[in-house]
Design a protein. Structure first.
Length: 390
């Protein structure tokens, strides 16, 4: 497209949210520019890394279960179009809970309500199927057999590639903080480029508070998260799919994945780490996080107690105060949309969120247009971190 084109929409940020928003906008007929400072799913991004869980369970949060249910076939469809079906790994997802744990009970009830196939597993059934896991006497499980893993970095890159084939204009460049009083006409980049558009969607993850500090600095929490891959024993398949599904151990707040693509057994602590800056935080694993991961492994997967760490990754979550997504207009600029707050659980929802945001942006306040879900509004976000969505 010519350099001086005025686009219908400019999307800032080519992570999972921004890439799907751009794709869905273009599918709906809009002209779209997609801008990212470092490239799709880059090493600094919250959408980077090798893998993310896609699961339907969300406790009583039916809205997220329905969005996940909608998203999975859209992911599969895009991967088929791209000739990359391996970017979804159907490992199944196993929730491990303890007796009378309300979140798990609510998850089972919601899965039944929205008609997601699942199995409830007793302690005896868990021990028979998964002898590699050390379980408490009050443990029970929920297995989602049709859920699994999205190969994150490559998945986002595939979305951007497919969006470009539809006509989205992808550019590498760092957006500067806009002057956003009244209506925004354009954004400038650090390289001196100007991108003009009728509407702007800022979906730049942990950089959102940097671009809009007056609105988001105290409403979004950027936390350090560390992930480890443990080497599995030679010739041992019990830590790979299908012997072991993707799993979430609710009592310990750890989750992980079987050995995929011979990369290692993934283990991560879901508890929020310290507040960090995505541009400057060190990306080397900490002694404390290594110790916590090793302690968990020794407790729950004792056969891997002495396994080597073959890879580690430091990234960040980017959450709102309560864990709900942020999808709303900028309070002082009606053609600027702020989209974020997905880290820790948002990756899977990319296609559903893309459809939703595209409809909001293109239909605006027209009769019959979708309304902003109150839970996603800026007004529901505050300055006290109290995550209620997992």
């Amino acid at each position: 497209m010519p350099e001086q084109t005025t686009y219908d929409v400019a999307v800032i940020g080519a992570g999972v949210f921004g890439s799907w928003i751009a794709y869905c906008l273009r599918q709906a007929g809009a002209t779209v520019a997609l801008l990212d400072a470092y490239g799709p799913a880059n090493a600094r991004a919250s959408s980077g890394g090798e893998s993310r869980i896609i699961r339907m369970g969300y406790g009583a949060d039916e809205i997220y279960s329905r969005w996940s249910l909608r998203a999975l076939p859209l992911w599969k469809q895009l991967f088929a179009q791209a000739g990359r079906p391996e970017l979804f790994q159907p490992t199944g997802v196993l929730w491990i809970a303890h007796e009378k744990y309300q979140y798990a009970l609510d998850t089972a009830a919601t899965l039944a309500k929205v008609q997601v196939p699942f199995e409830k597993l007793s302690l005896a059934e868990l021990r028979h199927r998964y002898p590699q896991i050390a379980l408490e006497e009050d443990a029970w499980g929920i297995l989602e057999p049709e859920s699994g893993v999205l190969m994150a970095r490559r998945a986002v890159q595939a979305v951007v590639e497919q969006a470009q084939k539809l006509g989205v204009d992808f550019r590498t460049g760092q957006a500067l903080a806009p002057e956003h009083s009244g209506r925004l006409e354009s954004v400038k980049t650090s390289g001196g480029e100007t991108i003009s558009a009728g509407a702007f969607v800022f979906a730049c993850g942990p950089w959102l508070p940097k671009l809009f500090p007056d609105v988001l600095a105290e409403r979004m929490f950027i936390t350090r998260q560390e992930i480890f891959f443990f080497g599995v024993p030679a010739g041992n398949s019990q830590f790979a799919s299908p012997s072991l599904p993707t799993w979430l151990y609710l009592r310990d707040e750890f989750y992980g994945m079987p050995d995929l693509e011979s990369r290692g057994f993934k283990v991560a602590d879901d508890r929020h780490g310290p507040i960090v800056d995505p541009d400057t935080q060190p990306r080397m694993a900490s002694v404390q996080a290594i110790a916590a991961a090793r302690n968990f492994i020794a407790k729950r997967f004792p056969a891997l107690k002495h396994a080597p760490i073959v890879e580690s990754r430091v990234c960040q979550y980017e959450n709102t105060s309560n864990g709900d997504f942020l999808i709303d207009r900028h309070p002082d600029c009606d053609n600027v949309w702020l989209v974020g707050g997905g880290s820790g659980h948002g990756f899977k929802h990319g296609p559903s969120l893309g459809e939703y945001v595209a409809a909001l942006v293109l239909q605006g306040g027209a009769s019959g247009a979708p309304q902003i879900e109150p839970r996603f509004s800026l007004a529901t976000k505050n300055s006290t971190q109290d995550r209620a969505v997992h």
